[in-house]
Design a protein around this ligand. Structure first.
Ligand code: NAD
Ligand code: ZN
Length: 341
């Protein structure tokens, strides 16, 4: 697995980790926001390089944008000793890594994640790719960056709503693996958490799980807690006025799936209430109309983690312990949505 290196100063990370590498050319990928807010923090310490900037947002996580990146790589005549530095959130990291992995059958890349979500989640585990025909991460590969460089300094310019979105993955890590970690989180004043220490702890949890099961044949599925219904909600509201950030959708998904956990795997009711209360404290509640339920459940069926027509969930046995491959019926899923609403 790729090394993950933490340092408060992004400049120091670049100096120590990039300058020592042997490469022919360096291409830095940014989006318009990270070009404005993050690139200035590393520009001076970078060796000779080119920059290519894409439009920000999930709607640009497409083959069309990849095509533009590949055109730039070709125009710069990058050879197989070239290096790509992905400076941005999960969208840029997933897509930049994918482009590097395909170009000339694969060139090396480094991830410098700049959102909380990408630092605690997307930066570890080697999943790369783009969305296709409305399906999230439909095209992609598993491949590892040379190294992941994490500095919490980037979070200073991150919009608060994006920070809160990333916090959902931190909460998930506590729920699936580490009760003490969950208990240590500040839900009341969520924006006052000590991000530096949370990032390294969350990365540690994700690394351990991924190391044991890199290709998601078993244990890694626990990382999908909250994501079956969460992804469906995210996709359902994607292009409308109720558009949700990933973490906001996952927070709602975790409440629904905690309810399923209480039904199917014996999560104590007391723990279910605690989870729901804490998540609502941070994220409030999404209004899901009952007329929308059918379409949302239909989207769950299309989740690429399913085997055949059965929807398999990762569910909690208690706070800090999660099990996977639990089949759940449509009726039970409807009840979970009823509980949430
Ligand atoms: P994102 O990359 O879209 O970034 C969110 C927004 O913040 C963008 O507008 C971006 O320009 C801006 N931004 C980024 N860093 C900033 C900074 N430091 N200051 C100011 N603005 C900044 O979204 P995200 O939440 O980081 O990532 C979501 C994506 O990650 C999804 O596509 C999801 O599929 C993917 N993901 C991948 C994995 C994985 O294992 N590979 C895991 C989780 C999520
Ligand atoms: Zn997630």
């Amino acid at each position: 697995m790729n090394p993950v290196i933490f340092h408060p100063s992004p400049e120091a990370l670049i100096k120590e980790e990039i300058q020592s590498l042997d490469f022919s050319q360096l291409l830095v990928l940014t989006d318009q926001n990270t070009l404005r807010d993050c690139y200035p923090l590393i520009e001076k310490s970078l060796p000779k390089h080119s920059v290519f900037t894409i439009s920000p947002g999930e709607e640009f996580k497409t083959l069309k944008t990849c095509s533009e990146i590949w055109e730039k790589m070709t125009e710069l005549a990058l050879d197989r000793k070239a290096l790509i530095l992905n400076l941005g959130g999960g969208v840029l990291g997933d897509m930049g890594g994918f482009c590097a992995s395909i170009y000339k059958r694969g060139i090396r890349f480094i991830n410098m994640p700049t959102t909380l979500l990408s630092q605690v989640d997307a930066s570890v585990g080697g999943k790369l790719g783009v969305d296709f025909q409305g399906f999230k991460n439909h095209l992609g590969v598993f491949n590892e960056p040379e190294v992941v460089l994490i500095s919490s300094k980037f979070l200073r310019t991150l919009p608060k709503q994006e920070l809160r979105s990333g916090f959902a993955e931190v909460i998930k890590h506590g729920l699936i693996q580490d009760r003490a970690y969950f208990d240590s989180l500040n839900f009341q004043n969520w924006d006052q958490n000590d991000w530096t220490s949370l990032i390294s702890h969350s990365v540690e949890i994700k690394k351990q799980v991924v190391q044991e099961d890199p290709k998601e044949l078993g244990l890694r599925k626990i990382l999908n807690f909250g994501h079956t219904l969460g992804h469906a909600l995210e996709t359902f509201y994607l292009n409308g006025p109720k558009h949700l950030l990933h973490g906001e959708a996952i927070a709602a998904g975790m409440i629904c799936e905690a309810w399923l956990s209480a039904e199917k795997t014996g999560l104590a009711k007391k723990e279910l209430f605690e989870i729901a209360e804490k998540l609502i404290q941070v994220y409030g509640k999404i209004e899901i109309e009952s007329s929308e339920w059918e379409a949302i459940l239909e989207l769950c069926l299309q989740d690429k983690k399913n085997e055949g027509k059965t929807i398999l969930f990762s569910l909690l046995q208690s706070i800090g312990s999660c099990t996977y491959n639990i089949p759940v019926s449509r009726g039970e899923m409807t009840q979970a949505l009823t509980y949430y609403t």
